[in-house]
Design a protein around this ligand. Structure first.
Ligand code: GTP
Ligand code: MG
Length: 661
């Protein structure tokens, strides 16, 4: 058996802490060597933020009563010695519950009342308003108190059909999904819209976020859940019951909410992040059947489920959440192995960590390499300057005072010429800024709002919005246009800078490299993913739901928010790219200024016979040696940063779980 989920997550956490520490060390070292320019600084900050703020979300999605909450209890909370999240027959979890840890808050449960659905604000906006949430303390030393408090996520309230309709729980056109009305015409709806559970659990402290969701209808009623939270989760665990098999509503949830839209076409990394659990396998354990019979039946069920979901059978993991919890609490290892829980934890850990590690790995690699080459560039400028000084000093050997005086004069003239270049560089800056502002405007929030106006209007019309799909396609066509315009404009900036750098090199003997081209490929693929993940909400199957204006407004809000993030990150990429293109200009200016000062000082010293030529030459030689060692140190630091990124230890293959014989 490979390391457990907890252990793997711990390893990941330890790696992150170590990495953050190394980055900190590198920053101090660069600062002490005067090598920390704007672009390098920004790159370091990005890396630090990425590694530190790295959250990993695992969403549990399934029809009601399949055992999502019980599975969460068994995997994450068994050490409390009891069930923490409410899990019982029938519908239990009534609102989405997010478990995580924010250090600035005390351990607590925060609940957003269901009537906030009357307003058009998105869940994201409500998150930013702590006063709208009901906050209840959690006593981390008292498992009973925690369980009693968490029971709130199962609370319901009775309201009129009229009210339920407003909140999106009643659809006249789709009566099958409606809650049952009692004699007084009242129906039960969830008491809360969303729950945030803040717990100082070791895994949550390291950035794990667990999302427990209610079953169908409730899932569909909150667009933000289906369009933002679930699609952005790093892993989605889909739970089936061995007692029920794959039902029609299981399939509907799988198709509408779990299966990533682009997975149907090709098995990419996203598809790998979907895990299917066949839960409650203990219901097949039966004292009358032999172990082999039970195994055969289990295999048949897994095969059947896999066939219906269109997956290979190995991807359906047999588990008994309940027996797993019991086994962990009672330290019964035989039962634990039979529950299949350890295998599931392993696959989950590998899936999440593997994916997360891959994302971080790419970011770290790209940024560290860039950083290294940026710093190396400065080191090279310094070396060239030293070489020039050396040549200059050597030419003074055995020369008389007048030659030395005219040398000083020449350096001063050069210095004046160089000062004139400052004006030219200033002008280049201004042009670049102006061009950049154009790009930023296109990627800004008011431009996005404008692009979404037509879609917003189409969705806000009354009645069935059958034309919305077309407007939607056109909107994304335009958004892609924005992306390609941004790319073109960046290319224009690049060629402008390239041409100016060439001139500056010729005129002032700089060694400016033409800037690298900007790659906004992530922007394009994010847009594509978002387009694909929302389109299903505009199809015929959702026409009825869409006809509710509250629902469609929430949908457009959620979409706008998601796009906003993507636009912002493209904007940040452009910013960093532009900064690093011009950082070399700053670096050369600074180094050149320094070098003039040093050359004049050296000539003065030689003139005044304060120190000999030989001495000065020795100084320069020492400085060159120091540069070589800086170069080496930099290389080592970069290698160290990249080193711990070796792939995670791969857990052993799937071992079939069976009966406890
Ligand atoms: N026999 C058996 N029962 C289980 C198992 N896992 C969960 N159950 C039971 O199934 C019922 C539903 O479990 P929950 O965890 O509440 O299911 P859920 O998917 O969270 O359901 P909702 O919260 O209503 O969406 C409870 O009574 C659990 O005790 C299992 O592995 N074996
Ligand atoms: Mg539940």
């Amino acid at each position: 058996m490979g390391p457990s989920f907890n252990e793997q997550f711990d390893q990941h956490g330890a790696w992150r802490r170590g990495f953050a520490q190394q980055l900190h060390g590198l920053r101090e070292w660069l600062q002490s060597q005067d090598l920390l320019d704007a672009a390098v600084q920004e790159r370091l900050q990005r890396l630090e933020a990425q590694v530190r703020g790295d959250k990993v979300m695992v969403a549990f999605v399934a029809e009601f009563s399949r055992g999502k909450s019980e599975l969460i209890n068994a995997v994450f909370f068994a050490h409390y010695g009891r069930r923490l999240m409410p899990a019982s027959a029938g519908r239990t979890t009534m609102c989405p519950a997010e478990l995580g840890w924010e250090a600035q808050l005390p351990p607590c449960l925060r609940l957003l009342p269901i009537d906030t659905r009357e307003s058009m604000e998105s869940l994201g906006q409500w998150r930013a308003r702590p006063e709208s949430w009901v906050q209840l303390p959690l006593d981390v030393k008292d498992a009973q108190q925690i369980a009693d408090t968490l029971a709130k996520v199962a609370e319901v309230r009775k309201v009129s059909v009229e009210q339920a309709r407003v909140w999106g729980f009643w659809h006249d056109e789709d009566p099958a999904g409606n809650p049952l009305a009692d004699a007084q015409g009242m129906v039960e709806v969830p008491m809360w819209r969303h729950a945030l559970i803040n717990m100082p659990h070791p895994l949550l402290k390291q950035g794990l976020v667990i999302l427990d969701t209610p079953g169908l209808n409730a899932v569909g009623a909150e667009p933000e859940l289906t369009v933002n939270l679930i699609p952005q989760a790093h892993a989605v665990v889909f739970v089936l019951g061995a007692d029920t098999g794959v039902t029609k509503s299981d399939l509907a949830i799988w198709r509408d909410h779990v299966l990533p839209p682009d997975a149907a076409t090709g098995g990419d990394a996203l598809a790998d992040s979907r895990l299917v659990v066949l839960n409650k396998i203990d219901t097949l354990w039966d004292s009358l059947s032999s172990g082999t019979q039970v195994q055969a039946q289990l295999l048949r069920q897994r095969q059947e489920s896999a066939r219906m979901l269109g997956l290979p059978v190995e991807r359906v993991l047999p588990v008994s959440a309940q027996k797993g919890l019991v086994a962990k609490v009672g330290s019964n290892d035989t039962l634990l192995q039979a529950s299949g829980l350890p295998v599931f934890e392993n696959v989950l850990a590998e899936g999440i960590m593997g994916q997360r590690q891959r994302v971080l790995q790419t970011a770290v690699k790209a940024n560290v390499q860039q950083l290294q080459s940026e710093v190396e560039r400065v080191l090279n400028i310094r070396r060239r300057d030293l070489d020039d000084q050396m040549a200059e000093l050597r030419s003074l050997r055995g020369k008389n005072a007048s030659v030395i005086a005219s040398m000083r004069q020449r350096i001063e003239t050069e210095q004046q010429d160089f000062d004139a270049s400052a004006a030219k560089i200033q002008a280049v800056r201004q042009v670049q800024m102006r061009m950049l502002r154009d790009v930023f405007r296109q990627l800004g929030s008011s431009s996005l709002k404008q692009e979404l106006a037509a879609l917003r209007e189409a969705l806000e019309q009354r009645g069935l919005k059958l034309g919305a799909r077309k407007v939607y396609a056109e909107t994304f066509e335009r958004l892609r246009g924005v992306a390609s315009r941004a790319q073109t404009q960046a290319a224009e900036i690049q060629s402008m800078l390239g041409a100016t750098f060439k001139e500056l090199n010729a005129e002032f003997g700089f060694s400016l490299q033409p800037p690298a081209s900007l790659q906004l490929s992530e922007f394009g693929s994010d847009l594509q993913r978002i387009e694909a993940s929302y389109i299903q909400y505009l199809g015929l199957g959702h026409a009825i739901r869409l006809s509710s204006s509250a629902y469609s407004q929430r949908l457009i809000k959620a979409l706008a928010m998601r796009l906003r993030t993507v636009f912002e990150s493209a904007s940040n990429d452009v910013d960093l790219w532009s900064k690093s293109a011009t950082a070399q200009l700053d670096a050369q200016l600074k180094e050149r200024k320094r070098s003039f000062a040093r050359r004049i000082e050296a000539v003065d010293r030689i003139q005044n016979a304060a120190s000999g030529l030989v001495e000065r030459i020795a100084e320069i030689e020492a400085a060159e040696e120091q540069l070589t060692s800086l170069h080496l140190q930099l290389g080592q630091a970069a290698m160290q940063l990249l080193e711990p990124l070796s792939p995670l230890s791969v857990p052993q293959g799937l071992v079939a779980a069976g009966s406890p014989h």
